[in-house]
Design a binder for this molecule. Structure first.
Ligand SMILES: *Cc1c(COP(=O)(O)O)cnc(C)c1O
Length: 385
């Protein structure tokens, strides 16, 4: 008699994973064989499709969702001596770009419910040096665009929306990016659609788009067959055609991907309710199943629970998790610039205990149930051993 087959191991559930179809992979191979692999016809085609998606606004693509914000600030003339208001709860890119152009970030605390910057605090942070606001739609949950734009208009400020995480989210029925001032999106592999690395900037005027092209590539402006001029210090931020071809395969699937993410988010809420998450002291995200693209599903652990222990226990059970993000103002670089513990207590409390759970289109409801069972089990046992 042969030994009974071992129970099939449950495969490791990663925090996230991009969905790339065979048609896109074949398209990439075609670009690789075409003889033109850097910025070219695929970049132009992706910019055309994105512009269509964003209601006809000018769009340019770049090799990251970080440089897009830096370039927007440069186009807006933000630099030395200026201040830019933003949130301490974001990927550090959001405020690094402010330093990069020579300006000073001015953080305001978050609303612990939405985890986005607290719009009530913005007007109190405005000084004569303020030039712009960079709001972040954390996890895809949109900041109130009506209030944001009303504040900016009243004080004559520019807005650079860090919509890195909110591709496909909406505000009052309008797509993020289809309205507003500068809108920056990231196509990093963890984001809702990807170009491997990459991003796009949505602008308002063709003049801004022309300037964006200059900042994208060494400030170069070509004319005629042999003319070249340089007037601004540009960088090296162009997207390759290989990457753009990935994006052309991803964009038509955005609504499908986000629909799947919403369905999984709903499953998380149902499973957490069934497992008594509230009684365990677990903080759930705003249950916005309409406007958010559910880029991430993030919980806030009870303050007494050690996050690293929970992450280790999840990992041991075959489940990935992540931290998005540590508070920006408490990084060494920012402490050296004068910020300290206690400056933004609401953000600090959330940043200490926030935990991102697996959520990506190829996941199943059964995966969600398993994550919730394992996590609530860990919290029930926490401190008992
Ligand atoms: C991903 C991300 C960025 C930066 O995008 P990259 O494409 O990685 O440069 C900026 N801000 C936020 C909030 C992000 O999530």
């Amino acid at each position: 008699m042969s030994a009974p087959a071992a129970a099939a191991a449950v495969p490791y559930l990663p925090l996230t994973r991009p969905t790339l179809d065979e048609e896109t992979i074949a398209g990439v191979v075609e670009v690789l064989r075409s003889g033109w692999i850097t910025s070219g016809p695929n970049v132009k085609a992706l910019e055309g499709k994105l512009s269509e998606y964003f209601g006809g606004r000018p769009v340019r693509v770049f090799n990251s969702g970080t440089c897009t914000m830096e370039i927007a600030l440069r186009i807006a003339g933000v630099g030395a001596g200026h201040e830019v208001i933003t949130t301490p709860l974001s990927w550090v890119a959001t405020s690094n770009v402010i330093l990069e152009v020579g300006a000073r970030p001015v953080f305001v605390d978050i609303d612990p419910v939405t985890r986005n910057l607290d719009l009530d605090l913005i007007e109190g942070a405005i000084t004569p040096a303020t030039r712009a606001i960079i709001p972040v739609d954390l996890a895809g949950l949109p900041v109130d665009r009506d209030r944001l734009h009303a504040i900016a208009k009243k004080h004559g400020l520019r807005i650079v929306e860090d919509a890195a995480q909110s591709m496909g989210s909406t505000w009052n029925g309008k797509r993020i990016g289809a309205t507003g001032d500068f809108v920056s999106v990231s196509f990093h592999p963890n984001k809702n659609i990807t170009t491997i690395e990459g991003g796009c900037l949505v602008m308002t005027t063709e003049a801004e788009a022309k300037l964006a092209e200059q900042y994208r590539l060494q400030g170069v402006v070509r004319s005629g067959l042999d003319g070249m001029e340089v007037e601004v210090v540009g960088g090296k931020f162009n997207l390759t055609d290989v990457a753009a071809r990935v994006g052309l395969g991803q964009l038509p699937r955005l609504e499908e991907f986000n629909g799947k993410r919403r369905e999984l988010a709903r499953a998380y809420f149902e499973a957490f309710a069934a497992h008594g998450a509230a009684a365990l002291g677990l903080g759930l995200p705003v249950a916005d199943l309409v406007q958010s693209n559910w880029h991430m599903f993030q919980v806030v652990l009870p303050p007494a629970v050690k996050r690293a222990e929970v992450m280790a226990a999840l990992h041991a059970a075959g489940i990935g998790s992540g931290v998005h993000y540590p508070a920006i103002h408490l990084f060494a670089l920012y402490r050296r610039l004068g910020w300290k513990e206690g400056d933004f207590p609401k953000a600090e409390a959330v940043c200490r205990s926030i935990l991102t759970l697996p959520l990506f289109p190829a996941m199943t409801r059964a995966d969600v149930t398993r994550v919730v069972e394992v996590l609530t089990g860990i919290l029930l046992g926490h401190g008992k051993s």
